[in-house]
Design a protein around this ligand. Structure first.
Ligand code: ADP
Ligand code: MG
Length: 229
């Protein structure tokens, strides 16, 4: 228990630092992106590196977002949203990366789905993180299967994301969601930390089933109706 407390204390300090640094980086980064876009629009030669520059700025932006999440968990704003819409949005964001890596996505939605009580923006972040991880687990390409269905006597939504990637070993499974835990060359190890927090804020659960070199299935379970206290 003592170790756990000490760890939480350490994380709180790291989180505050990360949030403070993230905050400082955000403004100059916004300026950088704005001016880069402006230059792109006014540049005659279509053969240029502006798209890559903007893509990389966006990458820094999303890392900064994750860092800031660590410091102060945001207030969740529950509203009714369509899970179909959330998944479709997520796929539009990750489509380019999937195509580049030869990854296809199949979506199976079981019947008409009820609107979900959730913070739409944050749930989008969850599925972006999970689908990115699935894509990144298949450097040689493959298929992602996303299945959505109602379970627990109409009370909960199960969203499962299955890949045919590298899989996760038993020890790593225990570390998923620990801040900065990553096995990737250029990973941040922040994606699942943010994901776990958001799912917890939704009173949901996340579970991983994985077989090395075969693939991983991530099951996210979220109550459809959020009971207000
Ligand atoms: P990052 O993606 O930056 O490494 P994450 O928090 O998103 O950080 O993931 C942490 C680690 O969990 C990854 O580095 C990887 O080892 C493992 N992981 C997560 N999802 C998968 C998956 N679908 N397949 C294989 N490994 C995964
Ligand atoms: Mg990730």
């Amino acid at each position: 228990v003592y170790d756990e407390l000490k760890k939480n204390e350490k994380l709180a300090v790291i989180g505050q630092m990360a949030a403070a640094i993230g905050h400082e980086i955000r403004n100059p980064l916004a300026a950088l992106k704005g001016f880069t876009q402006f230059q792109q629009e006014n540049y005659q030669n279509s053969n240029n590196y502006f798209p890559i520059m903007i893509e990389e700025i966006d990458r820094i932006n999303s890392i900064v977002d994750d860092l800031m999440y660590m410091g102060k968990p945001k207030k969740i704003k529950f509203e009714k949203a369509s899970i179909e819409g959330i998944i479709a949005y997520t796929l539009s964001i990750t489509q380019q990366q999937a195509e580049r890596q030869g990854v296809t996505v199949e979506t199976i939605m079981a019947g008409p789905l009820p609107p979900l009580d959730c913070d739409e923006k944050q749930l989008k972040q969850v599925f972006i993180n999970l689908i990115k991880n699935a894509i990144e687990s298949m450097p040689e390409g493959g298929q992602i299967q996303i299945q959505v269905k109602i379970i627990s006597n109409q009370q909960k939504l199960l969203i499962s994301i299955k890949d045919e990637g590298l899989g996760i070993d038993e020890e790593s499974i225990l570390n998923l969601g620990e801040p900065f835990f990553t096995t990737k060359k250029d990973g941040t190890g922040l994606g699942l930390m943010v994901t776990n927090q958001i799912i917890k804020d939704h009173f949901g659960e996340i579970k991983y089933e994985s077989v090395l070199k075969k693939g991983t299935r991530v099951n996210v379970i979220i109550p459809i109706i959020h009971k207000r206290l």
